[in-house]
Design a protein around this ligand. Structure first.
Ligand SMILES: [Zn+2]
Length: 258
């Protein structure tokens, strides 16, 4: 049994065949899916998607790549959404992106302000966070340390081993997806061998980030199996142990039913 800890199943790309995508995931052993939000306009459809199915879980947050969609009112709305019982398993997807085209100084300041506000909301509601840290792992570590008393996951982790250790000490896990399936990805594959298994989550980041077998195609949660198989090749533990521990890590982090 596997969990896709990061899948944008509410994305328009799945509108035509979402039910089939979910069935294929189930058939591939992907029994649970965590769906992080990107912007407030999608929260209602996300909630509908997750309340209709018991194994699909929602996180709510304002993504740093969607800055032009966010308003101050969205933060107040987020607070209200998080106050509703049994709605969110995490605050996400939130974070910093320093790879976006023209990340000028004012947009970096706005991203950091929004990230900081959402970290405080997560702490206040005792929820884990799902963090996007593209080109910004160091700045993310600073923000997490500054706010304190948090836990969560840095998704599609691409930082160093030393930064991973700092994040683990701060109560964080690291999530890996299609990137580790590319044989040229020496640095990230080496890192995945060195990390403690208790700090690793699996994800697809569907519909983005396809693995090497599905390069150029729309990604979907069933493809988590390819990521899992590569993780098993890279690690020394048995595939059963890896599956069980990654499942337990996700369940523990997001406080999912056992
Ligand atoms: Zn994402």
């Amino acid at each position: 049994m596997l969990v896709d800890s990061h899948c944008h199943l509410d994305h328009d790309d799945f509108d035509a065949d979402r039910a089939a995508v979910i069935s294929r995931a189930h058939a591939a052993g992907v029994r649970r899916i965590v769906v992080p939000a990107t912007h407030a306009a999608n929260w209602t459809r996300l909630q509908r998607l997750c309340t209709a199915r018991e194994n699909i879980f929602a996180a709510y947050g304002l993504h740093p790549c969607f800055m032009q969609h966010h308003s101050d009112a969205d933060l107040e709305l987020l607070e209200r959404v998080l106050t509703r019982p049994d709605t969110a398993v995490a605050v996400g997807e939130i974070g910093l992106d320093r790879v976006l085209p023209n990340p000028d100084e004012s947009s970096q300041i706005a991203q950091l302000k929004l990230f900081d506000a959402q970290l405080h909301l997560a702490r206040a509601h005792a929820l884990p966070v799902i963090v996007h840290a593209r080109g910004a792992v160091e700045a993310v570590i600073h923000a997490i340390r500054r706010v304190g008393n948090l836990n969560g996951v840095v998704h599609c982790y691409s930082g160093s081993l030393e930064q991973a250790r700092q994040l683990i000490d701060l109560g964080f896990m690291l999530s890996f997806g299609g990137a580790i399936t590319y044989s040229r990805a020496h640095r990230i594959r080496k890192l995945v061998r060195q990390l403690p298994l208790d700090a690793i989550l699996l994800e697809t980041d569907s519909p983005d980030q396809p693995d090497s077998e599905h390069k150029g195609q729309r990604n979907e949660p069933a493809h988590l199996l390819s990521v899992f198989n590569v993780l098993c090749e890279l690690r020394t533990e048995s595939s059963d142990t890896i599956a069980q521990r990654c499942y337990a890590n996700t369940t523990r982090l997001f406080n999912l039913p056992q």
